[in-house]
Design a protein around this ligand. Structure first.
Ligand SMILES: NC(=O)c1ccc[n+]([C@@H]2O[C@H](COP(=O)([O-])OP(=O)(O)OC[C@H]3O[C@@H](n4cnc5c(N)ncnc54)[C@H](OP(=O)(O)O)[C@@H]3O)[C@@H](O)[C@H]2O)c1
Length: 282
Protein backbone atom coordinates (compact mmCIF):
# COMPACT_ATOMS: atom_id res chain seq x y z
CA UNK A 1 0.00 0.00 0.00
CA UNK A 2 2.77 2.43 0.85
CA UNK A 3 4.30 1.85 -2.59
CA UNK A 4 0.91 2.59 -4.13
CA UNK A 5 0.75 5.95 -2.39
CA UNK A 6 4.43 6.61 -3.10
CA UNK A 7 5.07 6.97 0.63
CA UNK A 8 8.80 6.74 1.24
CA UNK A 9 8.78 3.40 3.05
CA UNK A 10 12.46 3.62 3.86
CA UNK A 11 11.91 7.11 5.32
CA UNK A 12 9.24 5.70 7.65
CA UNK A 13 11.54 2.82 8.51
CA UNK A 14 14.40 5.23 9.25
CA UNK A 15 12.11 7.22 11.55
CA UNK A 16 10.73 4.21 13.41
CA UNK A 17 13.95 2.26 13.53
CA UNK A 18 16.88 4.69 13.43
CA UNK A 19 20.10 2.81 12.83
CA UNK A 20 18.32 -0.07 11.06
CA UNK A 21 20.32 -1.46 8.13
CA UNK A 22 19.70 -0.06 4.68
CA UNK A 23 17.52 -2.20 2.37
CA UNK A 24 20.59 -2.25 0.13
CA UNK A 25 22.56 -4.31 2.60
CA UNK A 26 23.59 -7.70 1.19
CA UNK A 27 21.88 -6.89 -2.10
CA UNK A 28 23.54 -6.78 -5.52
CA UNK A 29 23.56 -3.32 -7.12
CA UNK A 30 24.84 -2.70 -10.66
CA UNK A 31 25.85 0.89 -11.43
CA UNK A 32 26.67 1.96 -14.98
CA UNK A 33 28.96 4.92 -15.59
CA UNK A 34 30.79 4.04 -12.37
CA UNK A 35 34.12 5.47 -13.52
CA UNK A 36 33.19 9.11 -12.98
CA UNK A 37 30.79 11.72 -11.58
CA UNK A 38 27.41 10.62 -10.24
CA UNK A 39 28.03 6.93 -10.92
CA UNK A 40 31.35 6.82 -9.10
CA UNK A 41 29.94 8.66 -6.06
CA UNK A 42 26.85 6.41 -6.06
CA UNK A 43 29.02 3.28 -6.17
CA UNK A 44 30.93 4.44 -3.10
CA UNK A 45 27.73 5.09 -1.12
CA UNK A 46 26.13 1.84 -2.19
CA UNK A 47 29.21 -0.10 -1.05
CA UNK A 48 29.09 1.78 2.28
CA UNK A 49 25.48 0.62 2.68
CA UNK A 50 26.71 -2.98 2.63
CA UNK A 51 25.70 -3.95 -0.90
CA UNK A 52 27.80 -5.78 -3.45
CA UNK A 53 28.38 -3.16 -6.12
CA UNK A 54 29.05 -4.10 -9.74
CA UNK A 55 30.88 -1.27 -11.50
CA UNK A 56 30.29 -0.84 -15.23
CA UNK A 57 32.00 1.63 -17.59
CA UNK A 58 34.44 1.54 -20.51
CA UNK A 59 37.54 2.62 -18.55
CA UNK A 60 38.60 -0.76 -17.18
CA UNK A 61 41.53 0.56 -15.16
CA UNK A 62 39.48 3.24 -13.46
CA UNK A 63 36.69 0.94 -12.32
CA UNK A 64 39.25 -1.76 -11.46
CA UNK A 65 41.03 0.66 -9.10
CA UNK A 66 37.72 1.79 -7.61
CA UNK A 67 36.71 -1.84 -6.98
CA UNK A 68 40.09 -2.48 -5.27
CA UNK A 69 39.63 0.64 -3.15
CA UNK A 70 36.11 -0.34 -2.07
CA UNK A 71 37.20 -3.89 -1.23
CA UNK A 72 40.22 -2.59 0.73
CA UNK A 73 37.78 -0.45 2.75
CA UNK A 74 35.83 -3.61 3.69
CA UNK A 75 33.18 -3.44 0.97
CA UNK A 76 32.21 -5.82 -1.82
CA UNK A 77 32.76 -4.65 -5.38
CA UNK A 78 33.75 -5.95 -8.79
CA UNK A 79 34.53 -4.23 -12.07
CA UNK A 80 32.77 -5.17 -15.32
CA UNK A 81 34.26 -3.14 -18.17
CA UNK A 82 31.75 -2.71 -20.98
CA UNK A 83 30.94 -0.34 -23.81
CA UNK A 84 27.18 -0.06 -23.41
CA UNK A 85 26.74 1.09 -27.01
CA UNK A 86 27.95 -2.33 -28.19
CA UNK A 87 24.94 -4.67 -28.12
CA UNK A 88 27.03 -7.87 -28.10
CA UNK A 89 29.12 -6.50 -25.23
CA UNK A 90 25.95 -5.74 -23.24
CA UNK A 91 24.67 -9.28 -23.84
CA UNK A 92 28.03 -10.69 -22.68
CA UNK A 93 27.88 -8.47 -19.58
CA UNK A 94 24.41 -9.75 -18.73
CA UNK A 95 25.54 -13.36 -19.20
CA UNK A 96 28.53 -12.84 -16.91
CA UNK A 97 26.54 -11.06 -14.20
CA UNK A 98 23.87 -13.77 -14.23
CA UNK A 99 26.50 -16.50 -14.05
CA UNK A 100 28.46 -14.85 -11.23
CA UNK A 101 25.64 -13.35 -9.15
CA UNK A 102 22.44 -15.00 -10.35
CA UNK A 103 21.10 -11.53 -11.20
CA UNK A 104 20.96 -8.09 -9.62
CA UNK A 105 18.49 -6.61 -7.13
CA UNK A 106 19.06 -2.99 -8.11
CA UNK A 107 20.20 -1.46 -11.38
CA UNK A 108 21.31 2.16 -11.79
CA UNK A 109 21.23 3.18 -15.47
CA UNK A 110 23.52 6.17 -15.09
CA UNK A 111 26.06 6.03 -17.96
CA UNK A 112 25.29 8.68 -20.51
CA UNK A 113 26.44 11.50 -22.68
CA UNK A 114 25.09 14.96 -23.29
CA UNK A 115 25.26 16.94 -26.52
CA UNK A 116 24.48 20.64 -26.57
CA UNK A 117 24.09 21.70 -30.20
CA UNK A 118 21.51 23.75 -32.06
CA UNK A 119 19.56 22.28 -34.98
CA UNK A 120 21.26 24.86 -37.20
CA UNK A 121 24.61 23.24 -36.38
CA UNK A 122 23.29 19.69 -36.65
CA UNK A 123 22.16 19.37 -40.27
CA UNK A 124 25.24 17.38 -41.26
CA UNK A 125 25.56 15.61 -37.90
CA UNK A 126 22.91 12.89 -37.88
CA UNK A 127 25.35 10.77 -35.86
CA UNK A 128 24.68 13.05 -32.86
CA UNK A 129 21.11 11.72 -32.78
CA UNK A 130 22.33 8.15 -33.21
CA UNK A 131 25.03 8.23 -30.58
CA UNK A 132 22.86 9.81 -27.89
CA UNK A 133 20.23 7.14 -28.52
CA UNK A 134 22.93 4.46 -28.42
CA UNK A 135 24.19 5.28 -24.93
CA UNK A 136 21.19 7.01 -23.31
CA UNK A 137 18.43 4.72 -24.61
CA UNK A 138 19.42 1.48 -26.39
CA UNK A 139 22.25 0.65 -23.95
CA UNK A 140 20.19 0.92 -20.75
CA UNK A 141 17.13 -0.72 -22.32
CA UNK A 142 19.20 -3.67 -23.57
CA UNK A 143 20.88 -4.07 -20.18
CA UNK A 144 17.61 -3.80 -18.27
CA UNK A 145 15.89 -6.28 -20.59
CA UNK A 146 18.75 -8.72 -20.00
CA UNK A 147 18.52 -8.45 -16.20
CA UNK A 148 14.73 -8.17 -15.92
CA UNK A 149 13.76 -11.88 -16.17
CA UNK A 150 15.85 -12.76 -13.10
CA UNK A 151 14.35 -9.80 -11.20
CA UNK A 152 10.84 -10.92 -12.09
CA UNK A 153 11.69 -14.49 -11.19
CA UNK A 154 12.86 -13.49 -7.71
CA UNK A 155 9.90 -11.08 -7.42
CA UNK A 156 12.05 -8.13 -6.51
CA UNK A 157 13.95 -5.52 -8.44
CA UNK A 158 14.37 -1.79 -8.69
CA UNK A 159 15.78 0.18 -11.61
CA UNK A 160 16.88 3.81 -11.27
CA UNK A 161 17.32 5.74 -14.51
CA UNK A 162 19.37 8.92 -14.39
CA UNK A 163 17.58 11.22 -16.81
CA UNK A 164 17.35 15.00 -16.72
CA UNK A 165 15.12 17.96 -15.83
CA UNK A 166 15.49 18.78 -19.51
CA UNK A 167 12.90 16.10 -20.35
CA UNK A 168 10.42 18.37 -18.55
CA UNK A 169 11.78 21.72 -19.74
CA UNK A 170 12.44 20.57 -23.33
CA UNK A 171 15.33 22.96 -23.60
CA UNK A 172 16.57 24.28 -26.96
CA UNK A 173 19.91 22.98 -28.31
CA UNK A 174 19.43 19.63 -26.56
CA UNK A 175 17.12 17.86 -29.04
CA UNK A 176 19.39 14.83 -29.46
CA UNK A 177 20.16 14.43 -25.76
CA UNK A 178 16.71 15.12 -24.37
CA UNK A 179 14.88 12.96 -26.91
CA UNK A 180 17.09 10.03 -25.87
CA UNK A 181 16.54 10.70 -22.16
CA UNK A 182 12.79 11.14 -22.72
CA UNK A 183 12.72 7.80 -24.53
CA UNK A 184 14.25 6.07 -21.50
CA UNK A 185 11.96 7.95 -19.11
CA UNK A 186 8.87 6.85 -21.04
CA UNK A 187 10.15 3.32 -21.52
CA UNK A 188 10.48 2.92 -17.77
CA UNK A 189 6.99 4.29 -17.11
CA UNK A 190 5.52 1.71 -19.49
CA UNK A 191 7.73 -1.12 -18.21
CA UNK A 192 6.66 -0.41 -14.61
CA UNK A 193 3.06 -1.19 -15.56
CA UNK A 194 4.07 -4.57 -16.97
CA UNK A 195 6.26 -5.55 -14.01
CA UNK A 196 3.83 -4.36 -11.31
CA UNK A 197 2.76 -7.89 -10.36
CA UNK A 198 6.37 -9.00 -10.05
CA UNK A 199 7.37 -6.25 -7.58
CA UNK A 200 9.86 -4.77 -10.04
CA UNK A 201 9.80 -0.98 -9.89
CA UNK A 202 11.43 1.96 -11.65
CA UNK A 203 12.51 5.49 -10.70
CA UNK A 204 13.27 8.24 -13.21
CA UNK A 205 15.66 10.77 -11.62
CA UNK A 206 15.37 14.07 -13.41
CA UNK A 207 18.47 15.84 -12.18
CA UNK A 208 19.21 19.50 -12.73
CA UNK A 209 22.81 20.64 -12.95
CA UNK A 210 25.34 18.35 -11.24
CA UNK A 211 28.99 19.33 -11.07
CA UNK A 212 30.73 16.46 -12.84
CA UNK A 213 33.27 16.00 -15.65
CA UNK A 214 30.32 15.96 -18.07
CA UNK A 215 30.11 19.75 -17.75
CA UNK A 216 33.85 20.27 -18.21
CA UNK A 217 33.64 21.74 -21.70
CA UNK A 218 30.46 23.74 -21.16
CA UNK A 219 30.61 24.96 -17.55
CA UNK A 220 30.22 28.60 -18.62
CA UNK A 221 26.63 27.87 -19.69
CA UNK A 222 25.68 26.68 -16.20
CA UNK A 223 27.25 29.50 -14.22
CA UNK A 224 24.82 30.93 -11.68
CA UNK A 225 22.39 28.01 -11.89
CA UNK A 226 21.72 26.04 -8.71
CA UNK A 227 23.65 22.78 -8.79
CA UNK A 228 24.47 19.67 -6.80
CA UNK A 229 27.86 18.11 -6.25
CA UNK A 230 28.32 14.52 -7.41
CA UNK A 231 28.19 13.40 -3.76
CA UNK A 232 24.89 15.22 -3.18
CA UNK A 233 23.44 13.69 -6.33
CA UNK A 234 24.64 10.24 -5.27
CA UNK A 235 22.93 10.63 -1.88
CA UNK A 236 19.67 11.24 -3.74
CA UNK A 237 20.23 8.21 -5.96
CA UNK A 238 20.75 6.04 -2.89
CA UNK A 239 17.60 7.46 -1.34
CA UNK A 240 15.73 6.58 -4.54
CA UNK A 241 17.13 3.04 -4.41
CA UNK A 242 15.91 2.69 -0.84
CA UNK A 243 12.51 4.41 -1.24
CA UNK A 244 11.68 3.38 -4.82
CA UNK A 245 9.65 6.48 -5.83
CA UNK A 246 8.29 6.69 -9.40
CA UNK A 247 10.34 9.81 -10.07
CA UNK A 248 12.60 12.37 -8.44
CA UNK A 249 12.35 15.93 -9.69
CA UNK A 250 13.61 19.40 -8.97
CA UNK A 251 11.18 22.32 -8.70
CA UNK A 252 12.23 23.86 -12.03
CA UNK A 253 11.54 20.56 -13.79
CA UNK A 254 8.08 20.34 -12.26
CA UNK A 255 7.41 23.94 -13.29
CA UNK A 256 8.43 22.97 -16.85
CA UNK A 257 5.96 20.07 -16.78
CA UNK A 258 3.11 22.33 -15.70
CA UNK A 259 3.93 25.10 -18.17
CA UNK A 260 4.21 22.63 -21.08
CA UNK A 261 0.84 21.17 -20.10
CA UNK A 262 -1.21 24.30 -19.54
CA UNK A 263 0.46 26.80 -21.87
CA UNK A 264 2.71 25.00 -24.36
CA UNK A 265 3.07 28.01 -26.68
CA UNK A 266 4.09 30.19 -23.76
CA UNK A 267 6.58 27.46 -22.81
CA UNK A 268 8.04 27.65 -26.34
CA UNK A 269 8.40 31.41 -25.98
CA UNK A 270 9.99 31.25 -22.52
CA UNK A 271 12.46 28.52 -23.50
CA UNK A 272 13.43 30.20 -26.76
CA UNK A 273 14.14 33.45 -24.85
CA UNK A 274 16.11 31.66 -22.16
CA UNK A 275 18.20 29.91 -24.82
CA UNK A 276 18.98 33.28 -26.37
CA UNK A 277 20.08 34.52 -22.98
CA UNK A 278 22.47 31.52 -22.83
CA UNK A 279 20.53 29.55 -20.22
CA UNK A 280 20.69 25.82 -20.61
CA UNK A 281 19.94 22.39 -19.12
CA UNK A 282 21.85 19.16 -18.80
N1 LIG B 1 26.09 16.42 -14.79
C1 LIG B 1 24.86 16.88 -14.94
O1 LIG B 1 24.61 18.11 -14.80
C2 LIG B 1 23.73 15.95 -15.27
C3 LIG B 1 22.40 16.44 -15.19
C4 LIG B 1 21.34 15.58 -15.49
C5 LIG B 1 21.60 14.26 -15.85
N2 LIG B 1 22.90 13.83 -15.95
C6 LIG B 1 23.12 12.44 -16.32
O2 LIG B 1 23.85 11.81 -15.27
C7 LIG B 1 24.52 10.67 -15.81
C8 LIG B 1 25.95 10.65 -15.27
O3 LIG B 1 26.65 11.74 -15.80
P1 LIG B 1 27.78 12.53 -15.02
O4 LIG B 1 27.34 13.94 -14.94
O5 LIG B 1 28.17 11.81 -13.80
O6 LIG B 1 28.93 12.51 -16.14
P2 LIG B 1 30.36 11.84 -16.25
O7 LIG B 1 31.17 12.13 -15.04
O8 LIG B 1 30.88 12.27 -17.58
O9 LIG B 1 30.05 10.27 -16.28
C9 LIG B 1 29.54 9.62 -17.42
C10 LIG B 1 29.75 8.13 -17.20
O10 LIG B 1 29.17 7.43 -18.30
C11 LIG B 1 30.09 6.43 -18.72
N3 LIG B 1 29.90 6.12 -20.12
C12 LIG B 1 29.83 7.01 -21.16
N4 LIG B 1 29.73 6.35 -22.32
C13 LIG B 1 29.73 5.02 -22.01
C14 LIG B 1 29.66 3.84 -22.79
N5 LIG B 1 29.57 3.88 -24.12
N6 LIG B 1 29.67 2.65 -22.15
C15 LIG B 1 29.77 2.59 -20.80
N7 LIG B 1 29.85 3.67 -20.01
C16 LIG B 1 29.83 4.87 -20.62
C17 LIG B 1 31.46 7.06 -18.46
O11 LIG B 1 32.45 6.03 -18.29
P3 LIG B 1 33.59 5.65 -19.36
O12 LIG B 1 34.01 6.91 -20.04
O13 LIG B 1 34.65 5.03 -18.49
O14 LIG B 1 32.94 4.67 -20.25
C18 LIG B 1 31.21 7.75 -17.14
O15 LIG B 1 31.43 6.86 -16.06
C19 LIG B 1 24.41 10.79 -17.32
O16 LIG B 1 23.43 9.91 -17.80
C20 LIG B 1 23.97 12.22 -17.55
O17 LIG B 1 23.25 12.37 -18.74
C21 LIG B 1 23.96 14.63 -15.65
Amino acid sequence: MSLLLQTPRAAVRRLLRPGAPSPLRDRVVLVTGASSGIGEATSRLVAERGATVLLVARRAETIGSLADELVAAGGRAAAYPCDLTDGDAVDALVERVLAEHGGVDYLVNNAGRSIRRSLRDSHDRFHDFERTMAINYFGPVRLTMGLLPAMREQRFGHVVNIVSWGVQLKAPRFAAYLASKSALDTWARVAARETWDDNVTFTNMRFGVVQTPMLATSSQHYRGLPSLTADQAAARVVRALEDRPVSWNIAAGRAGDVLNLVAPRLADYVMSRSARAGRTTT
